[in-house]
Design a protein around this ligand. Structure first.
Ligand code: SF4
Ligand code: SF4
Ligand code: FES
Length: 236
């Protein structure tokens, strides 16, 4: 077991005037995750600490936070990779993520951007059998299907951090999933909806979203493919 040192952002809007950081030390095995440390802190040292978690296996996307300055999932980060350093934990950054308490942020604005792009298949009519898709057609959306809506990309995006109107990388990934789905009937409307300065064109290729995505989705590349498709549709 090794000693792990944490500096954790604390803020309870009901009683604190200002946010502050609190230090914790916890024993952990090298193969454990930072989320295990957080749980140990909460369960054994300080029950007032607030954060979200559920699956603990990189599936639900609920424990996204800033870890040593970088947006990530606490359940995916191994203790051994932080041995000998102080781990600084902060909530997801940006105007779109107001702090509810400690590491827990309000995700309402984030999910509004997802709703905006209508994240569901629109295939009209009632088919007589299942809607078929060839392996090649499916391949086009294979990578974006991995999105778990953790919001790390939005927290890391410099444009989202400055401009709340930018639809953001996560919503664009969700839009990509439908625009390039061979079974969807709304491709043209979806592209028209994103063809404005704070839509697909708001992305200026910082690549931060791609660097932090815990599911290794090529976010920037996907956004650029949407832009290309919009341009192609205007020329045809
Ligand atoms: S694209 Fe990646 S970082 Fe963004 S919400 Fe989806 S899984 Fe999270
Ligand atoms: S590539 Fe686009 S969406 Fe991703 S971080 Fe940069 S500006 Fe934001
Ligand atoms: S707790 Fe579910 S992704 Fe980390």
């Amino acid at each position: 077991m090794i000693d792990m040192n944490f500096r954790i952002f604390r803020f309870d809007p009901e009683k604190d005037k200002e946010p502050y950081f609190r230090h914790y030390t916890v024993l952990a095995e090298p193969w454990e995750r930072l989320l295990d440390c957080l749980n140990r802190i909460k369960w054994e040292q300080d029950g007032t600490l607030a954060y979200r978690m559920s699956c603990a296996h990189g599936v639900c996307g609920s424990d996204a936070m800033k870890i040593n300055g970088r947006c990530a999932l606490a359940c995916q980060k191994l203790v051994k990779d932080y041995q000998g350093t102080e781990v600084v934990l902060e909530p997801l950054p940006g105007p779109g993520f107001p702090v509810l308490k400690d590491l827990m942020v309000d995700m309402a604005a984030f999910f509004k951007t997802i709703e905006l792009v209508r994240p569901f298949l629109n295939a009209s009519g009632t088919p007589e059998k299942e809607r078929l898709q060839s392996p090649e057609e499916r391949k086009k959306v294979d990578e974006v299907i991995r999105c778990i809506l953790c919001a790390c990309c939005v927290g890391a995006c410099p444009v989202s951090n400055e401009n709340e109107k930018f639809v953001g990388p996560a919503a664009l990934v969700q839009a990509f999933r439908r625009i390039f789905d061979s079974r969807d009937n709304e491709k043209d409307q979806r592209m028209k909806q994103l063809d404005y300065p704070d839509g697909a064109w708001g992305c200026v290729n910082h690549f931060e979203c791609t660097r932090v995505c815990p599911k290794e989705i090529p976010v920037t590349k996907s956004i650029n493919l949407i832009k290309r498709e919009i341009q192609k549709s205007k020329l045809s």
